[in-house]
Structure formats: C-alpha cells, structure tokens
Design a protein around this ligand. Structure first.
Ligand SMILES: [Zn+2]
Length: 345
C-alpha cells in the first residue's frame, strides 16, 4: 500500500448517528463549533505524508504521519475551545449510535466499548501492597467503569481508596456517581483542585487531546514523584489485531482522535517531560512515572514501523474483502442455504 491515502465514503450510519452528524455540521457551519488546520508536528518538523482524507464517518478530518518521528496528527481538528460543547452534545450519539434521550439504553451510554480490558489489572501490578491510602484520579472517566473496577480491586486487597473522576459530559458523570465515584465536571483543570494523586488513569483520553504540550503540563500538575500514570490508547501498529475496526485505517480514524500513537511515539511525547515508560505494549496499555533524570538517548523514529504495521493491516483487510466476495464461497453459502432450507420444509 505504498503511500496509500484512505479516502472511502465511511461506515453506514443509523438514524442516531445521522442526527448527530447533522447537528455537528450545523454547529460547524454556524461556528458554534470551530475547526482549525493543524501545523507542524510535536517534534518540531513539518515533513508529513498524508494517510487519510476522511474519518470513519466520511467527515473531512484526515490524518498525516510525520516522516521524521512517526507521530500521526490530524490534518484539521476541532478547536480546543469547542471541545467541551462537542463532547457534551455530539460525541456519544455519534460514536455509539445511541440517542441520549432513551432511558432503555442506560447501561450502554458513555462507555468506550471494551476492547481487551485488562487495564485495571495492568495498573494493579504497579501499586505497592504496603501503600494503605490510595488516591486515584481518572481524566475523562465516562460512566466510571474502569475507575470503579480498580477501586474495588484495591479495596479487596485492603487499601483505603479515594476515587475521583472528571468528564465533560454531566450525563456520563451521573452514571459514574452511581458506581460510587466522586465526580468533577470538566477536565484536568478541575481535578487539580483535588490535589495530587497516586494513580492517574487516562484511558482512551490521551489521543483526544488537542495540545500535547498543554496535556503534559496538566499531567504534571496532578502527579507526584511516585505517581503511577496509566495511559491506554488504541495503538496504531496493533491495527492488524483490531477487528473492531475491520483492520481498516479509515474506520480506525475518527474526528475525535487528534493523534494516533504507537508505543514509541507515545513514549517520545512523554519523554519530552521526563516521564519514563515502565511497562507497555502496542495495544496500547502503558505505565509511566516521572523520572528524576533528563532523558539522554531520544527514541529513534517509528515512521518505518508504523507504515509496515499499516501495510500488514491493509493486507489483512483486503483478504477479508476478497474472501467475502469469493465466487466459490458465495456458491457454498447458496448451497448450504438450499440444503438447510430443504431440511426445514
Ligand atoms: Zn514528528
């Protein structure tokens, strides 16, 4: 797929998603939601290759990969000042295809669909058994599934736990509250008022942040020397294992994701403020702590690795499409249907 640009029409839309897109478009046209063109890469270079022109919904939020470091950035993004309104009104019905007004959908609201959820256990191994009091913060906690799970796991091990989560969506916070989580409406700036934490969770959050420099400063404001920072994002090199996106980069790409990371590019961003990777994989689940020392050996570029990973995913995606369209398979399916049909007549 040398230099392939993903520019398909996007996924089919149910009514709820269609409504959310209509609302989003109206807000963009009337400038209630502002969008902006992105500039150079976080690494300082301006040496990009376009990866996609559209996101999974066919909206013109494309992506570009930095040839110098490998970090993938959006071509345009929602302006930071408009993010709060976007998450409050458009995001959840767009992502989950759920109308927020229907009470019967109660349980599936505000939850990022679990992929391979081992996040809490992943963090658990890094928390000292001797630490009696544990204070957990989660930024962008949604309905509070992860933080409440970690809270009860820690309580079962005998820790006294304070768990505080923040989110832009007040509706989501109502659900978190029901799960026994203290909640704060807003982002990092609101959590700062609650002091520092021992465990900071950012699950499917970091890839949504518009300014990485600002994000790193905000993380610093919440952590101490030994704070365990858990970051989970959908790793781009792992796309070949992510069936939820059909191994398709365009389906993986969504207007809310300002960056796509590999473990290397995430670590490089964190390293710029001396946050050191303790453990991590390409899924991506990762644990960082603040290091005392300046990082002397910068990580090398991950551009080649990421392009190879995208290539593997593309080949897998094409195999599935070919299999689905195979004349032999279609013939067998028709045959099986005919035989089963006869049996049941
Ligand atoms: Zn770069």
């Amino acid at each position: 797929m040398k230099d392939k640009i993903f520019q398909g029409i996007g996924i089919p839309l149910d009514n709820s998603r269609r409504e959310a897109i209509n609302l989003f478009n109206e807000m963009v046209y009337t400038k209630k939601i502002e969008v902006e063109i992105t500039g150079k890469c976080f690494c300082g270079e301006n040496n990009f290759q376009i990866l996609s022109r559209f996101d999974r919904f066919g909206l013109p939020f494309g992506t570009k990969i930095c040839k110098s470091c490998g970090l993938i950035t959006q071509t345009i993004r929602i302006h930071p000042d408009s993010l709060s309104l976007f998450y409050e009104t458009v995001y959840w019905p767009l992502i989950n295809g759920i109308n927020l007004e229907t009470p019967e959908m109660e349980h599936s609201k505000f939850i990022t669909a679990p992929k391979k959820d081992e996040s809490t256990s992943f963090v658990l191994n890094h928390i000292s058994k001797n630490k009696k009091e544990v204070k957990i913060f989660e930024v962008g906690c949604g309905a509070g599934i992860r933080i409440s799970k970690l809270k009860s796991e820690l309580q079962n091990l005998g820790h006294n736990v304070t768990a505080i989560g923040c989110d832009y969506s007040e509706n989501a916070l109502l659900h978190a509250k029901k799960r026994g989580i203290k909640t704060v409406h807003g982002g990092f700036e609101e959590l700062v008022k609650k002091g520092k934490c021992d465990v900071l969770i950012m699950s499917h959050l970091f890839e949504h942040l518009p300014h990485l420099d600002v994000a790193l400063e905000q993380i610093e404001s919440l952590v101490e020397k030994k704070t365990i920072i858990y970051i989970e994002v959908p790793g781009v090199i792992d796309l070949e294992n992510k069936i939820e996106y059909g191994y398709n980069y365009q389906t993986y790409n969504v207007l809310a994701h300002t960056f796509n990371f590999s473990l290397n590019t995430l670590s490089k961003v964190m390293q710029s403020r001396n946050f050191k990777l303790v453990e991590g994989d390409e899924f991506i689940r990762s644990v960082f702590i603040k290091s005392e020392e300046e990082t002397k050996t910068p990580l090398k570029s991950d551009y080649e690795n990421i392009v190879k990973g995208l290539n593997r995913a593309y080949i897998k995606q094409q195999k599935i499409i070919n299999r689905r369209n195979s004349p032999l398979l279609k013939y067998i399916k028709t045959l099986v249907k005919a035989i089963l049909g006869k049996q049941f007549i």
